[in-house]
Design a protein around this ligand. Structure first.
Ligand SMILES: C[S@@+](CC[C@H](N)C(=O)[O-])C[C@H]1O[C@@H](n2cnc3c(N)ncnc32)[C@H](O)[C@@H]1O
Length: 240
């Protein structure tokens, strides 16, 4: 590794010497800037048996919210970024009694977008992520662009930088995904927004809630019914 870095450095010095002699200082500066830019752009490499290693993405690293510049009155209620495990999410999606073609998938607190990418393995009408950190949202957008999976069935995958508390649900069949993204204040807001939209009618709702630390909040909602499914997530539906 060290020998390789040494070889690269001495090759760079040779190129710089050559360019100085033939092209002048401006060209050398251009070259150095492009080299530094390429270095900065380099993304971490991941082991082949991990999600990121398999799909060429960057989702793994945990990010505490204090490290991010987030402009939201609900910042305090937010939970740090941590990617969901793909396997239990697939199991939960496959256990739902739905045709994904008839549903949108919406991840509230979508972070770097791993759940969006997993959901895109199913033929959902569209897959949408709502993330309030611009930095995480930008990484998600790049992950969506880079994602390479021959099993991908939904190409309409979008991350939006917005607050989940303010998301107004349109009247379309929706699977809402939550991976313990926020506390009681935002979750209550989200439940209110869901109820308002459901009261207007015309759509069906399923909620897949992984690491459901606030499940009691959903359990007591009259418009939701907890489903008995052999999965680790808590799953709810508005259907009676
Ligand atoms: C535990 S991570 C889940 C990441 C992603 N859903 C996944 O499963 O890979 C929680 C995410 O919710 C985001 N979040 C927290 N509060 C939010 C809010 N009010 N609006 C939008 N995003 C929020 C955090 O920034 C973080 O990225």
């Amino acid at each position: 590794m060290k020998a390789l870095a040494g070889k690269r450095l001495s090759a760079l010095f040779s190129t710089v010497r050559y360019k100085l002699r033939h092209d002048g200082v401006i060209e050398v500066l251009r070259l150095l800037i492009s080299k530094f830019h390429a270095l900065y752009e380099q993304r971490p490499t991941h082991a082949p048996n991990t999600f990121d290693g398999e799909f060429g993405t960057d989702t793994e690293e945990i990010v505490p919210l204090w490290k991010l510049d987030i402009d939201s009155p609900y910042l305090k209620d937010g939970i740090r970024y941590q990617a969901v495990d793909a396997k239990p999410l697939r199991t939960a999606i496959e256990a739902l009694p739905i045709h994904p073609q008839e549903f949108a998938y919406v991840d509230l607190g979508s972070g770097k977008g791993r759940s969006l990418l997993v959901a895109s393995e199913y033929p959902f009408k569209r897959v949408l992520g709502i993330e309030f950190s611009e930095e995480l949202h930008n990484i998600a957008a790049e992950n969506i662009r880079r994602y390479k999976n021959p099993k991908q069935k939904c190409e309409n995958v979008v991350s939006i930088c917005a607050d989940a508390a303010a998301y107004a649900f349109p009247p379309e069949n929706t699977v809402v995904f939550l991976y313990n993204p926020f506390g009681e204040t935002v979750l209550s807001r989200v439940l209110e927004n869901l109820e308002i939209s459901l009261r207007r009618g015309g759509w069906d709702l399923y909620i897949v809630y992984c690491n459901p630390v606030l499940a009691p909040l959903l359990d007591k909602e009259a418009f939701l019914k907890r489903m008995e499914l052999p999965v680790s997530a808590a799953v709810y539906s508005n259907l009676r």
